[in-house]
Ligand binder design. Structure first.
Ligand code: 3SK
Length: 526
């Protein structure tokens, strides 16, 4: 049997540029520091040696619960270089939530930023397989101030990051293949238990070539700024895979983004590509940041949930930037349906990214070919995960041969673009007719008093589902709930109107910013 050709994603993202003589190009801007490809590769090779020194073996998981920065980026790249499997996880989780994914992954090494140490202590106590905790901090001396000596995490040996990167350098990548396991990303969807989606080395190249180069046209002159952090699939592509594959520059920021911090960072670093999510575009529009804040940006990108058309046009009109909305998922690693530069159909997710195929199916699984008929969206393509770690039943339901069941309900428009009608399990029936929450939400967002909205089905006294709109008001604008229902009656078929409007201070969201509709339903019904 012939073995497949060697392919290592980190070699593709880093060492390839050194071999091509491009090592002095800027790879990362972080705080006041700029690292060249040579610098980033050097750090990555040292971290790879350090991970090996603490006993990490190929194909073994290394969990990283870290703020965005050179340490997290080099940690992810180093683990892949070593043939191990980095598992970046959300920094917004509680200790109990971290314990669940840590134990599930069976990682023996956990890398964490010092600010998450309380969650780490809690999680490690519940995950006895963890032997080593490596603490990242901007200044290693701060560890001493922040923790109580090396034995501070009970049950594990604590190493400062500097120790990890002082074990020499590994300059040859482990000879992985395109099909070798490269990284895991945990996803809970909006409701379920966390599941580790397992991705291959070859998928890193696929998303960089198909979406990064094919749709965004990333070149070495680009500077990528993403509000989605590196632990999300969306952020990992935006801030690591796309810029590094193209020899471009990524801008990393440790802090949680606010409109003011994004505008200040953009003014300082002059990004050419800006990756946001709808809530961030909305927050920027509701802020007083200068209208020229994004003057260096050649393209905005949005994903995570559908971008309402009103946000698209307001952002373009105020900031002069066209935002490409797209649909991606953790299971697909990145975006597979996308609008194209200069050809945006607002309110749609565009058309399939070249290299992927999509299909709509009815409830019986039959493909739907007619435009205008909603169906469940299925995806086929090279970056689809190989399955969920140790979740055989769910894997079989979601990964069906060549196809991935996305769980989204979509409709194909006459021009071939696709529009999201909502998560398949969020669709609701009012008076026996299907109603898309997304359509009602888009209408409500056109109202000047509405900042955020989610429409959910709540049962009335007779046990019948009724659409209820949960609204967050624009600051300083009181909401007239009756007027909002009339607004929907005027702009939509009457049966789609919400039967009640509930005003809330904010909407419950997942760590990736998606609305937690099940929580909202309980909140409103209760
Ligand atoms: O969370 C998403 O919707 C998403 C969007 C783009 C790329 C990747 C992901 C997971």
């Amino acid at each position: 049997m012939t073995t497949p050709p060697v392919f290592n994603a980190t070699d593709y993202l880093l060492d390839r540029h050194l071999r091509a003589g491009a090592g002095d190009r800027p790879a990362v801007v972080c705080g006041q520091n700029t690292l060249t490809y040579q610098d980033l590769a050097g750090r990555t090779h040292r971290v790879a040696a350090g991970l090996r020194a603490v006993g990490v073996r190929p194909e073994e998981r290394v969990m990283l619960c870290m703020a965005d920065g050179v340490e997290l980026l080099s940690g992810i790249l180093a683990a892949m270089y070593l043939g191990a499997v980095p598992v970046p996880v959300s920094t917004m989780v509680t200790g109990a939530e971290l314990a669940v994914v840590l134990a599930d992954s069976r990682a023996r090494v956990l890398c964490a930023s010092v600010e998450f140490l309380d969650a780490v202590r809690f999680a490690v106590a519940a995950a006895p397989e963890v032997e080593h905790v490596v603490i990242d901090t901007a200044i290693d001396a701060a560890i001493d101030a922040a923790i109580d000596g090396p034995a501070d995490v009970v049950g594990a040996t604590v190493h400062p990051w500097a120790e990890l990167s002082s074990a020499g350098e590994l300059t040859t990548p482990y000879p992985t293949w395109a099909d070798s396991p490269a990284l895991w990303l945990y996803t809970s969807g909006t409701t379920g238990k966390p599941k580790g989606a397992m991705h291959r080395h070859g998928s890193v190249r696929s998303v960089a070539e198909l979406y990064g180069r094919g749709v965004l046209g990333v070149t070495e002159g680009d500077r990528c700024l993403s509000v989605a952090k590196l632990f999300f699939a969306y952020g990992l592509g935006n801030s690591a895979f796309f810029p590094l594959a193209a020899g471009a520059t990524t801008v990393l920021d440790r802090a949680r983004p606010t409109p003011a911090s994004i505008a200040a960072l953009a003014a300082r670093t002059r990004p050419t590509l800006f990756f946001g999510v709808p809530t961030v575009y909305s927050a920027l529009l509701n802020s007083t940041v200068p209208d020229d804040s994004f003057s260096s940006v050649r393209q905005g990108i949005s994903a995570g949930e559908p971008l309402p058309p009103v946000l698209y046009s307001r952002f373009r009109d105020r900031f002069g930037v066209e935002v490409l909305d797209g649909l991606g998922s953790t299971e697909a690693l990145h975006i597979f349906l996308s609008n194209r530069p200069g050809q945006v159909r607002p309110g749609s997710s565009g058309v399939p990214v070249t290299g992927y195929r999509v299909e709509l199916r009815d409830e019986g699984g039959t493909p739907i070919d007619t435009p205008g008929h909603p169906g469940d969206l299925y995806l086929g393509g090279p970056s689809v995960a190989t399955g969920y770690w140790c979740r055989t039943d769910t894997t079989r339901q979601v990964f069906q041969g060549e196809w991935l069941r996305t769980g989204d309900t979509y409709v194909r428009n006459d021009d071939g673009t696709y529009t999201c009608l909502g998560r398949s399990d969020d669709m609701l029936k009012a008076g026996g007719i299907w109603v898309s929450p997304a359509e009602v939400e888009d209408r409500l967002l056109e109202h000047p008093d509405v900042a955020e909205v989610a429409v959910v089905a709540v049962q009335d006294a007779d046990g019948l589902d009724k659409p209820i709109a949960c609204v967050v008001a624009v600051p300083g604008r009181p909401v007239d709930t009756k007027a909002l229902i009339s607004w929907c009656r005027e702009g939509l078929a009457a049966y789609k109107r919400p039967r009640a409007v509930v005003v809330l201070p904010d909407l419950p969201r997942t760590a990736t910013g998606k609305i937690r509709r099940n929580v909202l339903r309980d909140q409103v019904a209760g």
